[in-house]
Design a protein around this ligand. Structure first.
Ligand SMILES: [Mg+2]
Length: 250
C-alpha cells in the first residue's frame, strides 16, 4: 500500500453495518489513525449520528478529524475544543417539500415500494439531504441485505426519481437508501474542499467506501483523482485500516 496523506471513510456499511454504531475495535483503529494523518468521515448520516456513534466514543478528538455529514453537503471542523459548522449547503424548504411530495407519491403508487417490507420511517428530512430508506430506518439488517440482492430495484427507483427530480443529485447510499441532495454538493465536493483546505492534492488522499460501484454514493469521488478502496463492509475496512497503520508506522 502507498503512503496516503489523508484517509477518508464512508460510515454506513464501511465503518459500521448500516444505521449501526461502529464496533469499539473500529473506534480504536480510527483513534490510532488520527494520530498519524488527517482523517475525514464522509457520510450520508447526519452530524448528530456521527457525534453519538463515533465522536462521543473516541478517547480524544483533535483538529486532525474532519466530518462531512449529509453526503458532504455540510462540513464540521474541530476548532478550539468545539465542533464548528464550516459550511452548509442545505436544501431550501421549497426544494425539500417538492422532493418529499414525489417520494410520498412513489410510496403509495410504485409496486417496488408497496411490495417492499418496511419498518419505521422511510423519508427522512435532514435539511441538507432527504434520505429515502426504502425498507425503513428500523429494518433489521437481513431485510436490508435481502430485499434487493442484485440492486435492480434500487436502479429502477433511481431512474424513476431522476426522471422526476432531475435537478437534484440522487444516489444510492447503504443497501436500502437513496440520498437526495443539491447537484453540485456531494462527496466529490467534500474531497475537493478538503484537498484545498489541506493543500494536498486528491491524488495523495485515500478513500474507503462500500458504494464505489456505478450509481453508488461513494463513486462520485472517483473523478477527483483520489485513490479509492472498495470494501464489502466493516470487517474488510478493519483490515484496510490495519494495513494503513502498518504502512504509516513503517
Ligand atoms: Mg456506505
Amino acid at each position: 500500500m502507498e503512503r496516503p496523506k489523508v484517509a477518508i471513510f464512508d460510515f454506513d456499511d464501511t465503518l459500521a453495518d448500516s444505521f449501526q454504531a461502529p464496533k469499539p475495535e473500529m473506534i480504536e483503529r480510527l483513534a490510532r489513525l488520527m494520530k498519524l494523518l488527517p482523517v475525514a468521515i464522509m457520510t450520508g448520516a447526519g452530524f448528530e449520528r456521527v457525534q453519538r456513534d463515533i465522536l462521543a466514543m473516541l478517547p480524544a478528538i483533535t483538529s486532525n478529524l474532519y466530518i462531512f455529514p449529509n453526503s458532504a453537503t455540510q462540513c464540521y471542523l474541530y476548532v478550539d475544543g468545539t465542533w464548528k459548522l464550516e459550511y452548509n449547503h442545505a436544501l431550501t424548504l421549497d426544494e425539500r417539500e417538492r422532493i418529499k411530495a414525489v417520494l410520498h407519491e412513489y410510496l403509495e403508487q410504485s409496486t417496488i415500494m408497496t411490495d417492499a417490507p418496511h419498518f419505521g420511517e422511510r423519508v427522512i428530512d435532514r435539511e441538507a439531504q432527504i434520505a429515502f430508506t426504502i425498507v425503513g430506518v428500523d429494518a433489521p439488517q437481513d431485510v436490508k441485505k435481502n430485499w434487493d440482492v442484485d440492486g435492480s430495484k434500487r436502479r429502477a427507483l433511481l431512474e424513476m426519481l431522476r426522471a422526476k427530480l432531475g435537478e437534484f443529485e440522487i444516489l444510492t447510499g447503504g443497501l436500502s437508501t437513496i440520498d437526495i441532495t443539491h447537484k453540485d454538493t456531494n462527496k466529490a465536493y467534500g474531497v475537493r474542499w478538503l484537498a484545498e483546505k489541506l493543500r494536498i492534492p486528491p491524488e495523495e488522499m485515500f478513500y474507503v467506501g462500500d458504494a464505489l460501484y456505478a450509481g453508488g454514493n461513494d463513486q462520485v469521488v472517483v473523478p477527483t483523482g483520489i485513490k479509492t478502496k472498495q470494501v464489502s463492509g466493516p470487517s474488510e475496512t478493519a483490515v484496510v485500516i490495519d494495513e494503513l497503520l502498518a504502512t504509516l508506522s513503517a
